[in-house]
Design a protein around this ligand. Structure first.
Ligand code: BGC
Length: 807
C-alpha cells in the first residue's frame, strides 16, 4: 500500500462505524460517510450525508425539561444501491459467505473503492467493485459506480438504485432520547426514465433539500437499454433495473447524483437545479477525471512531503484529506464555520466550537481566502454575540461556546453520562474563552496575510467588541488592586464549579485572564494601527470612549493571575487546594481513564473535587504565545517569569491531565517540542493516532476530530519547522526532529507561492518563478533576506545549541 492509500481488510461489524467515518468522502459543501451502499442505519451501519451549515432545531422532553437542540441534519441517503440474483433476497453482507472484503480510500484522487467477493446461499460466487466520489470541483455532484461479475453462474441480476429519505439523526447513542426526525414533507418523482428525485425540507429551519439520481447500466462495457421499474414512496424512490448476466460477464451500474438546498448560492429552486444537473452531468469516468484534477491542485497547494515512517505519512495525508473535505475551496462562498467533528458524523451535533484555533493556521498559509471565509462566519454572527452579551448585562460581543446556524448559544443544557445513565446539568457554555480564540484567529490571520481590507472592514470591529466584552467581564478587586474574572469555565471542562458552591463557574481561570490581558493589549494596538478614517468611524460607530480604552490598558497591566508553589500558574484560583487524584489507582482500576469525568460521576464522585484536568488549560498559554510574548505579558502584569517557569508548569500539569480531548495531544506536543523532543514526538504520534486508532474509544465513529487532525499538520509546520509570520516577515526557527526525515512544504505568503524544505536546523525557502510580485521578507536567526520571485534562500541555525534533554 502506498502512503496515498488508506484502507481496511475484511468485514468487521464492530469496527464498521469507525471505518465509515474514516472513509467519508466530502468536498466542503457536503460529505457522505463511507457506509455500504446497500445498508440502512442499524446496529452496524450508519449512512450519513451532511451539508455544511444545514442545521435544524427540535425540542424534546428530557428529565422533565423541554430541551431544544440544533443539529447538523442527516440528509437523504443518496448511496442507496443494492442488488439481488434472480428472485433471491436483496444483498446483505451478513447473510452471505464473505470471501474477500476490502475498502480502500485513494487519498490522492479522492475515491473510495470497495472490493468484495462473496458466495450466496445458492453457492454462486460474485465479485463486486464499487467506486465513489464526492466531486471536489462540481460540489453538487457525486457518483457511485458498481461493477458486478458473475464468476460461476448466469442469471438475472436486479439492481435497486435510488434515494432513501427515511433517515433520521440517530448516529450517536447518547442522543437517542432526543427527537431525531429533522426531515419532513418528503416528495418523490421521476423526471426522466433513468432519473429519480427526492425532495424534502428540514422541519424548523425549512431548508429545502433536493437530490436527483441518474442511473445508467452497462453489460460488458456496453450501455444497455433496459426498463427502469419505478419503486416509489413519499420518502424513498428507486429504480429496479434487471439485466441478464452470463457466467463471467460484468454488469455495471453508474449512478450520478446531484444535491442542492434552498440555502445555496446561484440556485433558482433546488429541485429545478438538481434535475438539470443530473441530466447534464457527464459520465462517471469523466467526472472522476475532473475530480482527481481538482484534488491534484489541492495537493499541490497543501503539499507536505515527508520521509517519516509510512504509517505516519499516511496519517498526515489522511488528516489533510479530511480537513480539505470538511472545509475546501467550495466552502469559501458558503456561510459555514469549522464543525468540530467534520462533516463525518453527528457528535456534538455538527456544532462549531473554538476548534478553528487549531485549524486556521494550516489554511491561512495556503488558502487565505478560505480562512477569511471561515472568519466571516463569525462576523455574520457578531450582532447575535452582541445580543448575547447584552442579555448577560454586558457590553461588546459574547460569542457562543457552541455555534450553529445563527450564532445562538447551542451548548446542551443537559448531558448524558453513558456510564451512569444520568442526565446532568451542563455548564460548559461558560467557556467564554471562545471569544478570545476568535480574536486570536483574526489577529493571526491578519499578521499572516497582511489582509488590511479584512482587518479594517470586519476583523477590527469583531476584535474590539470581543475586547469590550472581556474588559467588562473583568471586575476591579480593590483588595488586590487587580482585575478578576469570576464564574467562567476554562478549556479544561472537568472544572465547571467549586465543590460545594452552588453557582457554576470557577474564578480567575489563568488562561482566560492572561489572554484577556493579551486581548486588551492587542485591541489597543490594532485600534492604533487602523487607518485614521476607519479608526474614527469605528470609534464613532462603537461609541468607544477614551475611558474604555484606558481601562483596557489598565487591565493589560493589572489583571490577576493566580500562582501557587514555586512559579506554578494555578489553572484557576483554588486549584491547588483541590484534592490530588490517585492517578495510578484509577489507571489500574479502569485502564482507560481518558474520560475521568464520566468515571468519577458514575462513582458518585465529582471531577470538580480534584486537581485533574481533561486537557491542556494553563499550557494553552505556551501554545498560543511564544515564551517571549508570554514573559512580556506577565512582566507587564507585574509577574516576572523566572527561567524554568515553563518546564515546571508543563511537568505539573502533565501529571494531572487525563487527555480526555484529542486537542490535548496537539498542545502537549507543541509545548514539549523545544525541551523534550522525544516526549513531544510521542504526543505527535498520539495526535496522529487519535482517529486512525480511535484512541478516545468509540468516538471516531461519531465523527472525526478535526482540530486534532489539522493540529497535527500545524505541529509540523509551525512547531517543528518553526515557521511563523511576525513583524511583517516569514520567520523560520527550525527544530525539525531528524528522526522524522526531511520536510517539504508549499505555502503561500503574501501572495507568493513558496516551497520550503526543512531538515534539522536548516531551511531553504524558494519562491515560485513568475510575474514580478513584491519581494517577501524571510528571516532566520539574525539573518533577514528579501526574496523576489524565483529566488532561493538557505538558512542554518546549525551552530546554535540544540536545547534538548532527551538525547
Ligand atoms: C473539548 C473542547 C473542544 C470540543 C470539540 C471537547 O471535548 O474539551 O475543547 O472544543 O471537544 O472538539
Amino acid at each position: 500500500m502506498s502512503v496515498w492509500q488508506f484502507g481496511f481488510q475484511g468485514f468487521d461489524p464492530a469496527d464498521e462505524g469507525r471505518r465509515e467515518a474514516l472513509c467519508t468522502l466530502g468536498n466542503g459543501y457536503f460529505a457522505t460517510r463511507g457506509a455500504a451502499p446497500e445498508s440502512t442505519a442499524d446496529d452496524v451501519h450508519y449512512p450519513g450525508t451532511y451539508l455544511a451549515g444545514c442545521y435544524n432545531r427540535l425540542t424534546t422532553q428530557v428529565a422533565g425539561r423541554a430541551v431544544e437542540d440544533e443539529s447538523l441534519v442527516n440528509a437523504p441517503n443518496w448511496l442507496l444501491l443494492t442488488f439481488r440474483v434472480d428472485d433471491g433476497p436483496w444483498f446483505d453482507l451478513r447473510r452471505v459467505e464473505v470471501l474477500d472484503h476490502e475498502q480502500e480510500l485513494d487519498l490522492e484522487r479522492g475515491i473510495l473503492v470497495r472490493r468484495l467477493r462473496f458466495r450466496d446461499d445458492g453457492g454462486r460466487t460474485t465479485r463486486v467493485v464499487q467506486r465513489r466520489f464526492v466531486h471536489m470541483s462540481a460540489p453538487h455532484l457525486a457518483g457511485l459506480d458498481t461493477a458486478l461479475v458473475a464468476e460461476d453462474w448466469s442469471g438475472r441480476i436486479t439492481f435497486r438504485c435510488g434515494i432513501d429519505g427515511r433517515v433520521t439523526n440517530s448516529g450517536v447513542a447518547r442522543y437517542h432520547a432526543l427527537d431525531s426526525q429533522h426531515l419532513t414533507d418528503h416528495h418523490t418523482f421521476q423526471p426522466a426514465p433513468d432519473t429519480v428525485v427526492l425532495h424534502t425540507r428540514t422541519s424548523q429551519s425549512r431548508v429545502r433539500i433536493a437530490e436527483a439520481a441518474r442511473a445508467r447500466v452497462f453489460v460488458d462495457g456496453e450501455p444497455v437499454d433496459v426498463a427502469h421499474t419505478l419503486i416509489q414512496q413519499n420518502d424513498l424512490i428507486a429504480h429496479d433495473i434487471t439485466v441478464h448476466l452470463d457466467q463471467r460477464s460484468e454488469a455495471r451500474i453508474e449512478k450520478i447524483i446531484a444535491l442542492r438546498t434552498s440555502r445555496d448560492p446561484a440556485t433558482s429552486e433546488p429541485v429545478v437545479e438538481v434535475v438539470d444537473e443530473a441530466r447534464c452531468a457527464p459520465g462517471f469516468d469523466e467526472l472522476c477525471r475532473s475530480h482527481a484534477l481538482a484534488w491534484a491542485r489541492l495537493h499541490r497547494e497543501f503539499h507536505c512531503g515527508l520521509s517519516m515512517s509510512e504509517e505516519a505519512q499516511r496519517s498526515v495525508r489522511l488528516h489533510l484529506f479530511h480537513l480539505l473535505q470538511t472545509v475546501s475551496p467550495n466552502s469559501s462562498d458558503l456561510d459555514v464555520g469549522v464543525p468540530a467533528r467534520g462533516l463525518h458524523g453527528e457528535a456534538y451535533r455538527g456544532h462549531v466550537f473554538w476548534d478553528e484555533l487549531f485549524v486556521l493556521p494550516t489554511l491561512t498559509l495556503r488558502r487565505p481566502r478560505l480562512a477569511r471565509a471561515l472568519l466571516m462566519y463569525r462576523y455574520r454572527r457578531l450582532d447575535r454575540a452582541r445580543r448575547a452579551a447584552a442579555e448577560a448585562g454586558l457590553p461588546g460581543a459574547m460569542f457562543p461556546w457552541q455555534s450553529g446556524s445563527n450564532g445562538r448559544e447551542e451548548s446542551q443544557q443537559l448531558h448524558l453520562n453513558p456510564r451512569s445513565g444520568r442526565w446532568l446539568p451542563d455548564h460548559t457554555h461558560l467557556q467564554r474563552h471562545v471569544g478570545i480564540a476568535i480574536a486570536h484567529n483574526i489577529h493571526h490571520y491578519h499578521r499572516a496575510t497582511g489582509d488590511d481590507e479584512f482587518r479594517d472592514e470586519f476583523g477590527a470591529e469583531m476584535l474590539l467588541e470581543i475586547t469590550r466584552f472581556f474588559a467588562a467581564l473583568a471586575h476591579y478587586d480593590r483588595s488586590r488592586d487587580r482585575y478578576v474574572i469570576r464564574g467562567v469555565v476554562g478549556p479544561d471542562e472537568y472544572h465547571t464549579a467549586y465543590p460545594g458552591r452552588e453557582d457554576p463557574g470557577i474564578d480567575n481561570n489563568a488562561y482566560t485572564n492572561v489572554m484577556t490581558a493579551w486581548l486588551c493589549r492587542t485591541a489597543a494596538q490594532v485600534l492604533h494601527e487602523l487607518p485614521a478614517e476607519r479608526h474614527h468611524q469605528l470609534v464613532e460607530q462603537l461609541d468607544l470612549r477614551h475611558g474604555e480604552i484606558d481601562r483596557w490598558k489598565r487591565i493589560a497591566q493589572r489583571m490577576y493571575v493566580p500562582f501557587h508553589g514555586d512559579g506554578i500558574i494555578s489553572q484557576f484560583e483554588g486549584y491547588n487546594q483541590l484534592d490530588e487524584l490517585d492517578w495510578d489507582g484509577y489507571r489500574q482500576r479502569y485502564g482507560d481513564i481518558h474520560r475521568l469525568d464520566r468515571i468519577l460521576e458514575a462513582e458518585g464522585d465529582d471531577p470538580n473535587r480534584y486537581q485533574a484536568s481533561k486537557q491542556a488549560d494553563v499550557l494553552m498559554l505556551f501554545y498560543l504565545l511564544s515564551a517571549e510574548e508570554l514573559a512580556g505579558l506577565l512582566d507587564g502584569l507585574g509577574y516576572p517569569m523566572p527561567t524554568g517557569t515553563i518546564p515546571a508548569n508543563i511537568e505539573y500539569y502533565l501529571q494531572r491531565t487525563s487527555h480526555g480531548s484529542t486537542l490535548s495531544a496537539v498542545v502537549h506536543a507543541w509545548v514539549l517540542a523545544r525541551s523534550h523532543r522525544h516526549r513531544a514526538l510521542e504526543f505527535f504520534d498520539h495526535a496522529l493516532a487519535a482517529d486512525v486508532h480511535d484512541t478516545q474509544r468509540g468516538t471516531t465513529s461519531e465523527g472525526i476530530h478535526l482540530a486534532a487532525m489539522s493540529g497535527s499538520i500545524d505541529l509540523l509546520q509551525r512547531c517543528f519547522a518553526g515557521i511563523e509570520v511576525r513583524d511583517g516577515a516569514l520567520r523560520l526557527n527550525p527544530q525539525w526532529p531528524t528522526e522524522l526525515g526531511d520536510l517539504e512544504l508549499t505555502l503561500r505568503y503574501r501572495g507568493q507561492p513558496l516551497a520550503i524544505t526543512v531538515t534539522g536546523r536548516t531551511a531553504t525557502v524558494r519562491t515560485a518563478p513568475g510575474h514580478a510580485r513584491p519581494p517577501i521578507t524571510c528571516a532566520c536567526g539574525d539573518r533577514t533576506v528579501l526574496l523576489g520571485a524565483g529566488e532561493t534562500a538557505r538558512f542554518s541555525l546549525e551552530h546554535r545549541p540544540w536545547q534538548d534533554d532527551s538525547t
